[in-house]
Ligand binder design. Structure first.
Ligand SMILES: [Zn+2]
Length: 232
């Protein structure tokens, strides 16, 4: 399969996953040098990891920023991750997240597992995949940890988009949006969980999912995302 993909790349020419410009066939990553240096610059701006999110009572690790009011390589990659099922993008982001997590933990505690925040059913129907699940699965492979998809989105409820709500309403909406099937509890009971999502905005979704996991027996939950939303 890889051979066929490489032949197709050769015929079509390899393209930067962010800006679409042609890149060298020998490039190890699917980014042009300009986009890659932009990504690195933004990652270097993140000075503190992990962050203690006191408001949401959780520990958060993130790699870069999702800038609402500016177009950056990091933002383009997040949008591509959400909209296109691109193995190149999620493998690149998963590799960077896995390396940061390895640095943070030094020695990964025993009984650590990887879990993802599930995408809404409506978004899965629209885009055809769950980006946080792809990311979490890749991270677990790279860290040699077990991955479990144990959180479920309540499909019967009327979907209210988080971005249209106030902070307090986001918290309540998030707390009501997810559930855990009883048969899945054994997969994380007594375990340390790394909960993965693509973007942190207010932390309401991650906090709600972390609470569900600890309320149902997880020993500890750390959160890890690609980007933290900032306005500037
Ligand atoms: Zn580029």
């Amino acid at each position: 399969m890889n051979k066929i993909i490489n032949i197709l790349r050769f015929i079509n020419g390899r393209r930067c996953a962010v800006c679409g410009c042609a890149i060298d066939l020998m490039n190890e990553i699917e980014l042009c040098s300009l986009c890659y240096s932009g990504w690195l610059r933004e990652c270097e701006e993140v000075s503190l990891n992990p962050v203690s999110d006191i408001k949401n009572q959780m520990s958060l690790i993130y790699l870069t920023y999702y800038r609402i009011n500016r177009d950056t390589p990091s933002k383009s990659m997040i949008l591509a991750l959400k909209r296109h099922n691109s193995r190149d993008i999620y493998n690149f982001l998963a590799f960077n997240l896995a390396e940061t997590l390895k640095k943070h933990y030094h020695q990964i505690p025993r009984n650590t597992i990887i879990i993802n925040v599930p995408r809404s059913r409506k978004a899965i129907i629209k885009y055809g995949f769950d980006q946080a699940a792809l990311l979490a699965h890749s991270v677990s492979d790279m860290m040699n940890l077990d991955y479990f998809n144990v959180l479920s989105y309540k499909s019967g409820r009327r979907l209210i988009q988080q971005k249209k709500l106030t902070l307090e309403d986001r918290r309540l909406n998030a707390l009501n949006a997810y559930y855990i099937k009883k048969k899945n509890i054994i997969k994380f009971y007594g375990k340390r969980c790394i909960l993965i999502d693509d973007v942190y905005t207010t932390g309401a979704t991650l906090a709600a999912c972390a609470k569900l996991l600890t309320d149902n027996g997880a020993k500890n939950v750390d959160c890890a995302v690609i980007a933290k939303t900032v306005k500037s």
